[in-house]
Design a protein around this ligand. Sequence first.
Ligand code: NIG
Ligand code: FE
Length: 406
Amino acid sequence: MSGLLLVDAREIFAVAQERGRLSILVEGERIAAVAPLAECERLAAEKRLVPERLDCSTSIIVPGFVDCHTHLVFAGSRENELYMRAGRSSYLEILAQGGGIYSTVQAVRAASEEQLYDIGWRHLDQALSLGITTTEIKSGYGLDLATEEKMLRVIDRLRQDHPVDIVSTFLVHTVPRGHNRQDYIDQVINEMIPAFRPLADWLDIFVERGVFDVVESRQLLQAGKAAGYRLGLHTNQMHDIGGIGLALEMGVQHVDHLEVLSDADAQGLIDDGHIYAVFLPGAEIFTFSEHVGQIHKLLSMPERLVLSSDFNPGSSPILSPLLVAAMAVWRYRLTDPDLILRALTVNPARLLGFADRGSIAPGQRADLVCLDLANSAQIPYFGTLNCIQKVIKNGRIAEPTTGKRD
Ligand code: NIG
Ligand code: FE
């Protein structure tokens, strides 16, 4: 069995180090021990393991990041819209004019499955090099059966082939241009939701004024629930049209964006006891949103707060969890760096249903990131410098694979 010994870290996230520097022994894909070096060495000898040693004397070690909200399979790019928004066009105006999501839909329909696979692969390589060891990926740029299925097939192939662990979501993103709304919703319910279940575990809907309203979204959620999907929503991003009430009524597992959130809805989320709240500061900043994610209203449910990249070519062309961490401080004035790090690791792991990752402890999957920082409070501070020393996925040091697919 392969082994790895991460020697003498400056800090291991969330592990008390009163006894001085600790090391991590990895056996195969799992963490075997988090202990002083001598103890790790003794255990390795006992297990007849000759681990590769990694000097971590200048490193802090954190769990691999879990990004639970991305749209990282797409084609084309929309930098023009960034400058349109800088010039005060709104995200929804650009969408209503046939740009935004529709622009990426055109590019994705025109792309071959191989091209999408290659683009997705490159984005996953970038994710891994940024410390993301588990990610969710949504469809939603097809808006017809064949193209949504093409996206989900690509995501499924990437899940089988790429070292980053992938969770797949069918996203009902918007009504295709020129279609009757109810006809499209009926097609999603009767054809797409049943057909895509083998390819996707989650169903997500963009609940927003001018996109899907609560009545339409309820129909879609009911069909998704009946087909056995787990449920998430993009909601309360630009307008509050009742998405939180719907989420609570339907047993949705996570609600994302939450830039406009009434006190009553915040209380509803807290009282629910299960639902996760996902905040996407990248999307707030890149859409020049005048609202700010309402995370402050939910600080009494710290274990259900999540931060994600929302990586996509429109509202959030950013992927780095270290940048998300920094943005969370600027944007939300969060004062607790531990909360931010948990919102990027253990909390999204639990949201996605993984008990085996997100923290550093014996038995956990050996998904680890070594950073050239003095302590974890520096992550949202110096984190945007080039400080990632090593990324370890399933007990192996991740090597860049860009351009190499086999
Ligand atoms: O999470 N809000 C809707 N969907 C995505 C954006 C997708 C796009 O603009 O391409 C989001 O921000
Ligand atoms: Fe999104």
